[in-house]
Write a protein that binds this ligand. Structure first.
Ligand SMILES: [Fe+2]
Length: 183
């Protein structure tokens, strides 16, 4: 599995444009995070890209989210990657995340939503305008992007990264694909 194949799978299984962008966004943050941690950038990026392949089929069945992706990916990626993807739905699948890649995925999945929502309320609606301090402010406003779990963003601490640093990493990751995101 490589990035190109991951994007082909996104195009095959995800029809909704915003959901495709969400997967690209999580892939970009995961890659940036891996680079910061000296981990395997390609592996982390692929995990981010592939984590929500079954979203359309499972949005009303959260107890299946991750399990259908596991079937799609069987024989295509290492079982370790499948387990990590399943672990981002730890609450519904009764899994205790315990790998760095899982912590990164859970945190990046949530942070992507907060940063994109922040970009959208900027006068320019551009990621280039988003700074750490803007995300910090929005993180504190509970009513802003309410379905973004602040608790999940804080999984960055399990990687030894404080939230300000994580915001910086997330902004950098998303800015690197601003064109693809149209932001
Ligand atoms: Fe996601």
């Amino acid at each position: 599995m490589d990035k190109e194949m991951s994007i082909k799978l996104i195009e095959k299984y995800i029809k909704e444009e915003n959901m495709r962008k969400h997967c690209l966004a999580v892939g970009a943050i995961m890659k940036e995070l891996a680079s910061f941690l000296n981990e395997n950038e390609e592996k982390w990026e692929i995990i981010g890209l592939l984590h929500d392949l079954d979203y359309a089929e499972t949005k009303n069945n959260p107890e299946k989210h991750g399990l259908i992706t596991a079937k799609i990916l069987k024989d295509k990626v290492d079982s370790e990657i499948i387990e990590i993807i399943k672990s981002h739905n730890f609450e519904n699948l009764n899994i205790v995340p315990n790998k760095k890649e899982s912590y990164g995925l859970i945190a990046s999945d949530a942070l992507s939503g907060l940063i994109i929502a922040t970009a959208l309320v900027m006068p320019s609606k551009k990621l280039s305008e988003v700074e750490v301090k803007s995300v910090k402010k929005k993180f504190k406003q509970k009513d802003f992007a309410r379905n973004v779990s602040r608790e999940k963003i804080m999984f960055c601490e399990k990687l030894g990264i404080d939230k300000d640093k994580f915001f910086e990493i997330g902004i950098k990751g998303l800015q690197s694909i601003s064109k693809e995101l149209g932001l």
